[in-house]
Write a protein that binds this ligand. Structure first.
Ligand SMILES: C[S@@+](CC[C@H](N)C(=O)[O-])C[C@H]1O[C@@H](n2cnc3c(N)ncnc32)[C@H](O)[C@@H]1O
Ligand code: SF4
Ligand code: SF4
Length: 300
C-alpha cells in the first residue's frame, strides 16, 4: 500500500473513532447478478441476470467516490461475465483506479482466465479441497486451479465461506493458499443463513472449532487475511451490525453494509468477517486496530 493511501485511511479511522462518524469508506458495486454457477450456499445468483451497462456502473462509481468511498469492490453474480460492447471488467478496474479509488478489489468464482494485474486483490472463491469445493460449486475445482496457476499477476486471495459441507476443509485451503503460485492469502467468512440456506449454518461450537483451526494455521505461518482478535465476536455473533462504513450499490440502489440488510433478522446471524473486523475497528477496539495495521500492510 502506498504511504499516501495509508495516511488517508489512518486519518479516516481516527476521525471515525473520535467523532463516532458514520461516513462510508468501503463500497461494493454489483456489476451483474448473472452467474455461470449455482452454488449450494448462494442466494444471490441469477435473480434478474441483468448485466448493468458501463454508463450506469460509472455513475455508481462517481456517486460512491463523492460519498467518500476509497476502497471499492466489484462483485456479482460472476464479475468476469461482465461486459459492455468492447469493455470488460478490466476497464472497470482501470477506470476506478483512474478516478482515485485507493484500493480496488474484484470477487470472482475463478472459472474464467485471470488477467487483472490492475486490481489490488482478486478475491477468488475456493470452498474446500476438490471434494468439498465441487460439492458446493459443481465440477469447477480443477479449472479454477489451472486459471490461478496461469494468472498474469500474483494478486489472488482465496475466499472461503465456511458451512456444513466444508467445515473440515479449513486447513486444506490454508495450505493450498500457502503453496499455490500467484496466491497471497486466504480470507474466510462463515455462512450467513439466508432463509433458503439455513441448514448450512454452523453452530457456535462449530465456529469455535473452525477459528481454533484458523489460528493454528496462522501460527504455523499460513497466510490468512483475517484478524484473529475478531474471532471470539464472530463465534458468539455479538459484534455490532450493520457496518455503517460499508455500502453496496446494485442497479442504482444503495444499501448500508450489504444487500442482505433487507432480510429480516439476518444481521444477528451474520457470518461476514469484514463486518466484525470493520465495526470493531471503528468502535476503537485497540487489538483490532493494531492487528489490522499489520495484516493490511502485509497483504495489500
Ligand atoms: C455472491 S459471490 C459473487 C462473486 C463470485 N461469483 C464468487 O462466487 O466469488 C461472493 C462471495 O459470497 C460468498 N457467499 C455466497 N453466499 C454466502 C452466504 N450465504 N454466506 C457467506 N458467504 C456467501 C461466496 O462464496 C463468494 O465467496
Ligand atoms: S459463483 Fe458466486 S454468485 Fe455464482 S452461484 Fe456461486 S457464489 Fe453465487
Ligand atoms: S451485518 Fe447484516 S447487512 Fe451486513 S453483511 Fe451481515 S447480514 Fe448483511
Amino acid at each position: 500500500m502506498k504511504l499516501s493511501s495509508f495516511l488517508y485511511f489512518a486519518n479516516f479511522g481516527i476521525r471515525t473513532v473520535l467523532f463516532r462518524k458514520r461516513n462510508p469508506i468501503l463500497g461494493t458495486i454489483i456489476v451483474t447478478d448473472k452467474c455461470n454457477l449455482k452454488c449450494k450456499h448462494c442466494s444471490v445468483n441469477n435473480i434478474t441476470a441483468v448485466v448493468y451497462p458501463y454508463r450506469q456502473i460509472k455513475a455508481e462509481m462517481v456517486k460512491l467516490y463523492d460519498m467518500g468511498v476509497r476502497i471499492l469492490f466489484f462483485c456479482g453474480g460472476e464479475t468476469f461475465l461482465w461486459k459492455d460492447r468492447e469493455k470488460t471488467l478490466r476497464d472497470l478496474v482501470v477506470e476506478a483506479k483512474r478516478m482515485g479509488f485507493l484500493i480496488v478489489n474484484v470477487v470472482t468464482n475463478g472459472t474464467f482466465p485471470i488477467d487483472l494485474p490492475e486490481a489490488d486483490l482478486i478475491l477468488l472463491s475456493l470452498d474446500g479441497g476438490r471434494k468439498e469445493h465441487n460439492e458446493i460449486r459443481g465440477d469447477t475445482y480443477d479449472v479454477i486451479m489451472e486459471n490461478v496457476k496461469n494468472a498474469t499477476s500474483d494478486n489472488i486471495c482465496f475466499y472461503m465461506a465456511i458451512n456444513q459441507i466444508n467445515k473440515y476443509a479449513v486447513q486444506d485451503v490454508c495450505l493450498t493458499a500457502r503453496d499455490t503460485k500467484n496466491v497471497r492469502a486466504v480470507s474466510f467468512n462463515f455462512h450467513t443463513p439466508y432463509p433458503d440456506t439455513r441448514e448450512l449454518a454452523l453452530s457456535r461450537e462449530e465456529k469455535e472449532a473452525c477459528c481454533r483451526k484458523i489460528v493454528q494455521m496462522m501460527e504455523a505461518g499460513a497466510p490468512v487475511f483475517n484478524l484473529k482478535s475478531a474471532f471470539p465476536y464472530l463465534v458468539r455473533n455479538d459484534f455490532p451490525t450493520p457496518c455503517h462504513q460499508c455500502v453496496v450499490m446494485e442497479n442504482g440502489r444503495l444499501s448500508t453494509c450489504g444487500r442482505c440488510i433487507a432480510v429480516p433478522g439476518l444481521c444477528e446471524k451474520c457470518g461476514y468477517f469484514f463486518v466484525a473486523e470493520y465495526t470493531l475497528l471503528f468502535r476503537g477496539n485497540v487489538r483490532i486496530i493494531l492487528e489490522m495495521l499489520g495484516t493490511y500492510l502485509k497483504y495489500i
